[in-house]
Ligand binder design. Sequence first.
Ligand code: SAH
Length: 372
Amino acid sequence: MQAILDLTIKDLEYYLKSKGFPNFTARQIFSWIYKKAIFDFERMSDLSKSLRNFLKQNFYILGLALIQKQISSDGTQKFFFSLSNQQVIESVFIPTPRRLTVCISTQVGCKFACRFCASGAQGWQRNLTSAEIIEQIIYPAPFFGTKFFENAERCGIYLKTASARVVNNLVFMGVGEPLDNYDHVLKAVRILNSPDSVNIGARKMTISTCGLIAGIQRLAGENLQVELSVSLHAGDNQTRTYLMPINKKFPLEKLLPACRNYYKKTKRQITFEYVLIQGINSDLRQARKLTKLLAGLDAKVNLIPVNPFRNEFSRPNKLEILLFRDILLKAGIPATIRRPRGVDIHAACGQLRLRSNEDYKRDFEGDLSAAI
Ligand code: SAH
Protein backbone atom coordinates (compact mmCIF):
# COMPACT_ATOMS: atom_id res chain seq x y z
CA MET A 1 0.00 0.00 0.00
CA GLN A 2 1.28 3.41 -0.93
CA ALA A 3 0.40 6.88 0.38
CA ILE A 4 -1.37 8.69 -2.46
CA LEU A 5 -0.48 12.05 -0.88
CA ASP A 6 3.17 11.31 -1.66
CA LEU A 7 2.47 11.63 -5.38
CA THR A 8 2.49 14.67 -7.62
CA ILE A 9 -0.26 14.74 -10.21
CA LYS A 10 2.32 13.78 -12.84
CA ASP A 11 3.40 10.76 -10.75
CA LEU A 12 -0.21 9.65 -10.44
CA GLU A 13 -0.99 10.20 -14.13
CA TYR A 14 2.07 8.19 -15.12
CA TYR A 15 1.24 5.38 -12.73
CA LEU A 16 -2.43 5.12 -13.69
CA LYS A 17 -1.60 5.22 -17.37
CA SER A 18 0.85 2.35 -16.93
CA LYS A 19 -2.03 0.35 -15.40
CA GLY A 20 -4.36 1.12 -18.30
CA PHE A 21 -6.46 3.91 -16.77
CA PRO A 22 -7.03 7.20 -18.64
CA ASN A 23 -4.80 10.18 -17.86
CA PHE A 24 -7.58 12.50 -16.76
CA THR A 25 -8.55 10.27 -13.83
CA ALA A 26 -5.54 11.56 -11.88
CA ARG A 27 -7.01 15.07 -12.02
CA GLN A 28 -10.38 13.77 -10.82
CA ILE A 29 -8.74 12.00 -7.87
CA PHE A 30 -6.72 15.09 -6.93
CA SER A 31 -9.85 17.17 -7.05
CA TRP A 32 -11.70 14.81 -4.68
CA ILE A 33 -8.87 14.79 -2.19
CA TYR A 34 -7.51 18.31 -2.31
CA LYS A 35 -10.51 20.38 -3.33
CA LYS A 36 -13.44 18.46 -1.87
CA ALA A 37 -11.67 16.92 1.12
CA ILE A 38 -13.08 13.45 0.38
CA PHE A 39 -10.69 10.90 1.81
CA ASP A 40 -12.52 7.71 0.80
CA PHE A 41 -12.04 6.27 -2.71
CA GLU A 42 -15.48 4.67 -2.55
CA ARG A 43 -17.09 8.13 -2.42
CA MET A 44 -15.35 9.38 -5.57
CA SER A 45 -18.51 8.95 -7.59
CA ASP A 46 -17.23 9.91 -11.04
CA LEU A 47 -14.57 7.17 -11.04
CA SER A 48 -15.29 3.77 -12.52
CA LYS A 49 -15.86 0.88 -10.15
CA SER A 50 -12.74 -0.85 -11.41
CA LEU A 51 -10.60 2.23 -10.78
CA ARG A 52 -12.03 2.67 -7.29
CA ASN A 53 -11.23 -0.96 -6.53
CA PHE A 54 -7.76 -0.59 -7.95
CA LEU A 55 -7.12 2.51 -5.84
CA LYS A 56 -8.40 0.82 -2.68
CA GLN A 57 -6.07 -2.10 -3.22
CA ASN A 58 -3.00 -0.01 -3.92
CA PHE A 59 -3.27 3.29 -2.06
CA TYR A 60 -4.35 4.83 1.19
CA ILE A 61 -5.23 8.53 1.63
CA LEU A 62 -4.89 9.22 5.34
CA GLY A 63 -2.06 7.56 7.25
CA LEU A 64 -2.23 9.65 10.44
CA ALA A 65 -4.75 9.29 13.23
CA LEU A 66 -6.05 12.46 14.83
CA ILE A 67 -5.85 11.98 18.56
CA GLN A 68 -6.58 15.38 19.99
CA LYS A 69 -7.48 18.96 19.10
CA GLN A 70 -7.00 21.94 21.40
CA ILE A 71 -8.42 25.42 20.92
CA SER A 72 -6.72 28.44 22.45
CA SER A 73 -8.59 31.44 23.80
CA ASP A 74 -7.09 33.42 20.89
CA GLY A 75 -8.56 31.07 18.25
CA THR A 76 -5.36 29.15 17.55
CA GLN A 77 -6.02 25.44 17.12
CA LYS A 78 -3.52 22.67 17.69
CA PHE A 79 -3.92 19.19 16.21
CA PHE A 80 -2.15 16.10 17.53
CA PHE A 81 -1.71 13.18 15.17
CA SER A 82 -0.25 9.79 15.85
CA LEU A 83 1.88 7.96 13.32
CA SER A 84 1.59 4.21 12.77
CA ASN A 85 4.01 3.46 15.62
CA GLN A 86 2.11 5.85 17.91
CA GLN A 87 4.71 8.62 17.80
CA VAL A 88 2.93 11.97 17.97
CA ILE A 89 3.23 15.01 15.69
CA GLU A 90 1.55 18.41 15.91
CA SER A 91 0.31 21.12 13.58
CA VAL A 92 -1.07 24.54 14.51
CA PHE A 93 -3.75 26.61 12.72
CA ILE A 94 -3.34 30.30 13.48
CA PRO A 95 -6.08 32.72 12.35
CA THR A 96 -5.27 36.43 12.13
CA PRO A 97 -7.44 39.21 10.72
CA ARG A 98 -5.88 38.96 7.29
CA ARG A 99 -4.75 35.39 6.99
CA LEU A 100 -4.87 31.87 8.20
CA THR A 101 -1.46 30.42 8.84
CA VAL A 102 -0.77 26.75 9.33
CA CYS A 103 2.43 25.79 11.11
CA ILE A 104 3.52 22.26 10.29
CA SER A 105 6.10 19.79 11.55
CA THR A 106 8.67 18.15 9.30
CA GLN A 107 10.30 15.62 11.62
CA VAL A 108 9.45 13.61 14.69
CA GLY A 109 11.63 15.43 17.20
CA CYS A 110 14.67 17.45 16.17
CA LYS A 111 18.43 16.81 16.09
CA PHE A 112 19.55 20.36 16.71
CA ALA A 113 18.72 20.87 20.37
CA CYS A 114 18.49 24.67 20.52
CA ARG A 115 18.59 25.46 24.21
CA PHE A 116 15.37 27.48 24.29
CA CYS A 117 13.22 25.10 22.22
CA ALA A 118 11.15 22.19 23.51
CA SER A 119 11.07 20.42 20.16
CA GLY A 120 14.58 19.02 20.35
CA ALA A 121 14.63 18.24 24.05
CA GLN A 122 13.77 14.61 23.49
CA GLY A 123 15.99 14.11 20.47
CA TRP A 124 15.12 13.07 16.96
CA GLN A 125 13.22 9.99 15.87
CA ARG A 126 12.67 10.25 12.13
CA ASN A 127 11.84 12.35 9.08
CA LEU A 128 8.23 12.80 8.06
CA THR A 129 7.29 11.73 4.55
CA SER A 130 5.82 14.26 2.10
CA ALA A 131 2.44 12.62 2.66
CA GLU A 132 2.68 13.10 6.43
CA ILE A 133 3.68 16.73 5.95
CA ILE A 134 0.75 17.41 3.58
CA GLU A 135 -1.70 15.50 5.72
CA GLN A 136 -1.23 17.90 8.63
CA ILE A 137 -2.95 20.53 6.50
CA ILE A 138 -5.62 18.52 4.75
CA TYR A 139 -6.67 16.12 7.51
CA PRO A 140 -8.34 18.87 9.60
CA ALA A 141 -10.48 19.89 6.60
CA PRO A 142 -13.71 18.19 7.69
CA PHE A 143 -13.45 19.89 11.07
CA PHE A 144 -13.82 23.24 9.42
CA GLY A 145 -16.94 22.38 7.45
CA THR A 146 -17.69 21.39 3.90
CA LYS A 147 -16.46 24.66 2.46
CA PHE A 148 -12.93 23.87 3.56
CA PHE A 149 -11.51 23.57 0.09
CA GLU A 150 -14.13 25.53 -1.79
CA ASN A 151 -11.79 28.37 -2.54
CA ALA A 152 -8.95 26.17 -3.66
CA GLU A 153 -8.88 27.89 -7.04
CA ARG A 154 -8.08 31.15 -5.30
CA CYS A 155 -5.65 29.35 -3.04
CA GLY A 156 -6.63 27.90 0.15
CA ILE A 157 -8.59 26.14 2.70
CA TYR A 158 -11.64 27.42 4.50
CA LEU A 159 -11.59 27.79 8.26
CA LYS A 160 -14.78 28.25 10.15
CA THR A 161 -13.84 30.27 13.20
CA ALA A 162 -15.56 33.37 14.51
CA SER A 163 -14.95 34.81 11.08
CA ALA A 164 -14.34 32.66 8.04
CA ARG A 165 -10.92 32.59 6.43
CA VAL A 166 -8.86 30.64 3.94
CA VAL A 167 -5.50 29.03 4.57
CA ASN A 168 -3.18 31.27 2.67
CA ASN A 169 0.02 30.98 4.59
CA LEU A 170 2.11 27.98 5.44
CA VAL A 171 5.13 27.98 7.71
CA PHE A 172 7.49 25.05 8.16
CA MET A 173 8.11 26.10 11.74
CA GLY A 174 6.66 23.23 13.69
CA VAL A 175 8.77 20.45 15.11
CA GLY A 176 11.91 19.57 13.17
CA GLU A 177 14.41 21.10 10.79
CA PRO A 178 12.95 21.34 7.26
CA LEU A 179 16.33 21.48 5.51
CA ASP A 180 17.40 18.30 7.31
CA ASN A 181 14.46 16.57 5.56
CA TYR A 182 15.03 18.41 2.32
CA ASP A 183 13.59 16.09 -0.34
CA HIS A 184 10.33 15.36 1.45
CA VAL A 185 9.78 19.01 2.35
CA LEU A 186 10.44 20.22 -1.18
CA LYS A 187 8.15 17.61 -2.66
CA ALA A 188 5.41 18.62 -0.23
CA VAL A 189 5.93 22.26 -1.24
CA ARG A 190 5.57 21.38 -4.92
CA ILE A 191 2.44 19.31 -4.36
CA LEU A 192 0.75 21.95 -2.17
CA ASN A 193 1.73 24.65 -4.63
CA SER A 194 0.13 22.84 -7.56
CA PRO A 195 -3.13 24.30 -8.95
CA ASP A 196 -4.41 20.71 -9.07
CA SER A 197 -4.13 20.40 -5.32
CA VAL A 198 -4.38 23.07 -2.61
CA ASN A 199 -2.77 25.76 -4.76
CA ILE A 200 -1.00 27.66 -1.99
CA GLY A 201 1.35 30.21 -3.57
CA ALA A 202 5.05 29.46 -3.14
CA ARG A 203 5.50 32.96 -1.76
CA LYS A 204 3.03 32.06 0.95
CA MET A 205 5.20 29.21 2.19
CA THR A 206 8.08 29.85 4.56
CA ILE A 207 10.88 27.39 5.18
CA SER A 208 12.63 28.11 8.44
CA THR A 209 16.10 26.77 9.16
CA CYS A 210 18.54 26.77 12.06
CA GLY A 211 21.19 27.52 9.42
CA LEU A 212 22.06 24.36 7.45
CA ILE A 213 24.31 25.76 4.77
CA ALA A 214 24.07 22.93 2.22
CA GLY A 215 20.28 23.19 2.36
CA ILE A 216 20.34 26.97 1.88
CA GLN A 217 22.60 26.54 -1.15
CA ARG A 218 20.38 23.85 -2.62
CA LEU A 219 17.25 25.89 -2.06
CA ALA A 220 18.82 28.82 -3.91
CA GLY A 221 18.97 26.64 -7.03
CA GLU A 222 15.37 25.40 -6.96
CA ASN A 223 13.85 28.29 -8.86
CA LEU A 224 10.99 28.33 -6.39
CA GLN A 225 9.62 31.50 -4.85
CA VAL A 226 9.36 30.14 -1.32
CA GLU A 227 10.30 32.37 1.59
CA LEU A 228 13.42 31.55 3.58
CA SER A 229 13.71 32.29 7.29
CA VAL A 230 16.99 31.81 9.09
CA SER A 231 16.99 31.41 12.86
CA LEU A 232 19.87 33.62 13.92
CA HIS A 233 19.22 34.49 17.58
CA ALA A 234 22.58 36.14 18.28
CA GLY A 235 24.99 38.69 16.90
CA ASP A 236 28.17 36.81 17.86
CA ASN A 237 29.40 33.23 17.77
CA GLN A 238 29.79 32.81 21.50
CA THR A 239 26.18 33.67 22.24
CA ARG A 240 24.89 31.75 19.23
CA THR A 241 26.83 28.60 20.09
CA TYR A 242 25.48 28.79 23.64
CA LEU A 243 21.92 28.95 22.31
CA MET A 244 22.29 26.82 19.20
CA PRO A 245 24.88 24.01 19.16
CA ILE A 246 24.69 23.88 15.33
CA ASN A 247 26.65 27.14 15.34
CA LYS A 248 29.81 25.14 16.10
CA LYS A 249 29.51 23.46 12.73
CA PHE A 250 28.18 26.44 10.79
CA PRO A 251 29.40 29.59 12.57
CA LEU A 252 28.36 33.09 11.53
CA GLU A 253 31.33 33.56 9.21
CA LYS A 254 30.02 30.62 7.16
CA LEU A 255 26.28 31.17 7.59
CA LEU A 256 26.14 34.83 6.60
CA PRO A 257 28.05 34.37 3.32
CA ALA A 258 25.67 31.50 2.47
CA CYS A 259 22.75 33.87 3.09
CA ARG A 260 24.35 36.58 0.98
CA ASN A 261 24.83 34.09 -1.86
CA TYR A 262 21.23 32.97 -1.52
CA TYR A 263 20.12 36.58 -1.91
CA LYS A 264 22.46 37.19 -4.83
CA LYS A 265 21.13 34.16 -6.65
CA THR A 266 17.42 34.46 -5.89
CA LYS A 267 16.97 38.18 -5.18
CA ARG A 268 14.59 37.02 -2.46
CA GLN A 269 14.68 38.81 0.86
CA ILE A 270 15.59 36.58 3.80
CA THR A 271 13.88 36.93 7.17
CA PHE A 272 16.13 36.44 10.16
CA GLU A 273 14.38 35.19 13.23
CA TYR A 274 15.68 36.40 16.55
CA VAL A 275 14.33 34.99 19.79
CA LEU A 276 14.75 37.65 22.48
CA ILE A 277 15.92 36.22 25.80
CA GLN A 278 16.39 38.39 28.85
CA GLY A 279 20.02 38.68 29.90
CA ILE A 280 21.31 36.50 27.05
CA ASN A 281 20.87 38.16 23.67
CA SER A 282 18.55 41.10 24.17
CA ASP A 283 20.97 43.87 25.16
CA LEU A 284 21.69 46.72 22.84
CA ARG A 285 25.25 45.62 22.16
CA GLN A 286 23.84 42.47 20.60
CA ALA A 287 21.45 44.59 18.54
CA ARG A 288 24.38 46.61 17.21
CA LYS A 289 26.33 43.45 16.39
CA LEU A 290 23.28 42.22 14.53
CA THR A 291 23.10 45.37 12.41
CA LYS A 292 26.76 44.88 11.47
CA LEU A 293 26.19 41.26 10.51
CA LEU A 294 23.26 42.15 8.27
CA ALA A 295 24.71 45.33 6.78
CA GLY A 296 24.21 45.54 3.04
CA LEU A 297 22.05 42.44 2.97
CA ASP A 298 18.46 43.16 1.96
CA ALA A 299 16.98 41.33 4.93
CA LYS A 300 14.35 41.76 7.57
CA VAL A 301 14.31 40.68 11.19
CA ASN A 302 11.47 39.08 13.07
CA LEU A 303 11.93 39.49 16.81
CA ILE A 304 10.30 36.76 18.89
CA PRO A 305 10.06 37.36 22.64
CA VAL A 306 10.93 33.90 23.95
CA ASN A 307 8.12 31.57 24.90
CA PRO A 308 9.55 30.12 28.07
CA PHE A 309 9.96 26.41 28.46
CA ARG A 310 11.51 24.74 31.52
CA ASN A 311 11.51 28.16 33.30
CA GLU A 312 15.07 28.61 32.12
CA PHE A 313 14.61 31.71 30.00
CA SER A 314 12.42 34.78 30.22
CA ARG A 315 11.40 37.63 27.95
CA PRO A 316 12.96 41.06 28.16
CA ASN A 317 10.56 43.80 29.19
CA LYS A 318 8.63 45.75 26.60
CA LEU A 319 10.95 48.73 26.66
CA GLU A 320 14.02 46.61 26.04
CA ILE A 321 12.26 44.87 23.14
CA LEU A 322 11.30 48.22 21.57
CA LEU A 323 14.80 49.65 22.02
CA PHE A 324 16.28 46.56 20.39
CA ARG A 325 13.90 46.93 17.45
CA ASP A 326 14.66 50.64 17.13
CA ILE A 327 18.38 50.01 16.72
CA LEU A 328 17.59 47.75 13.78
CA LEU A 329 15.14 50.23 12.28
CA LYS A 330 17.63 53.08 12.59
CA ALA A 331 20.17 50.97 10.73
CA GLY A 332 17.63 50.59 7.92
CA ILE A 333 16.76 46.97 8.71
CA PRO A 334 13.01 46.31 8.72
CA ALA A 335 12.13 44.66 12.02
CA THR A 336 8.87 43.34 13.40
CA ILE A 337 7.92 41.86 16.75
CA ARG A 338 6.05 38.56 16.63
CA ARG A 339 2.98 38.35 18.80
CA PRO A 340 2.80 34.97 20.55
CA ARG A 341 -0.22 32.86 19.67
CA GLY A 342 -1.74 29.88 21.43
CA VAL A 343 0.47 30.07 24.52
CA ASP A 344 -2.29 28.65 26.74
CA ILE A 345 -2.35 25.42 24.73
CA HIS A 346 1.46 25.29 24.27
CA ALA A 347 1.10 26.02 20.58
CA ALA A 348 3.50 28.97 20.43
CA CYS A 349 6.97 28.87 18.84
CA GLY A 350 9.22 26.44 20.61
CA GLN A 351 6.47 24.92 22.73
CA LEU A 352 5.55 21.98 20.54
CA ARG A 353 6.54 18.62 21.93
CA LEU A 354 6.49 19.85 25.49
CA ARG A 355 4.94 16.52 26.30
CA SER A 356 6.57 13.19 25.59
CA ASN A 357 5.15 10.31 23.56
CA GLU A 358 4.85 8.46 26.84
CA ASP A 359 2.52 11.21 28.15
CA TYR A 360 0.28 10.73 25.13
CA LYS A 361 0.31 6.98 25.33
CA ARG A 362 -0.75 7.20 28.96
CA ASP A 363 -3.60 9.56 28.07
CA PHE A 364 -4.81 7.71 25.02
CA GLU A 365 -4.08 4.12 25.88
CA GLY A 366 -5.73 1.59 23.61
CA ASP A 367 -7.56 3.04 20.65
CA LEU A 368 -5.90 6.38 20.04
CA SER A 369 -8.39 7.59 17.49
CA ALA A 370 -11.28 7.06 19.92
CA ALA A 371 -9.97 9.96 21.97
CA ILE A 372 -11.06 12.74 19.59
N1 SAH B 1 14.23 24.15 12.81
C1 SAH B 1 13.72 25.32 12.20
C2 SAH B 1 12.20 25.45 12.29
C3 SAH B 1 11.54 25.15 13.60
S1 SAH B 1 11.61 26.37 14.85
C4 SAH B 1 14.41 26.56 12.73
O1 SAH B 1 15.24 26.43 13.61
O2 SAH B 1 14.18 27.64 12.22
C5 SAH B 1 10.71 27.75 14.28
C6 SAH B 1 11.12 29.04 14.94
O3 SAH B 1 10.69 29.08 16.32
C7 SAH B 1 12.63 29.23 14.96
O4 SAH B 1 12.98 30.53 14.64
C8 SAH B 1 12.95 28.94 16.39
O5 SAH B 1 14.18 29.46 16.76
C9 SAH B 1 11.76 29.55 17.11
N2 SAH B 1 11.66 29.11 18.50
C10 SAH B 1 12.07 27.94 19.02
N3 SAH B 1 11.86 27.91 20.35
C11 SAH B 1 11.30 29.09 20.69
C12 SAH B 1 10.86 29.66 21.91
N4 SAH B 1 10.94 28.99 23.06
N5 SAH B 1 10.34 30.90 21.89
C13 SAH B 1 10.23 31.58 20.73
N6 SAH B 1 10.64 31.09 19.54
C14 SAH B 1 11.18 29.86 19.51
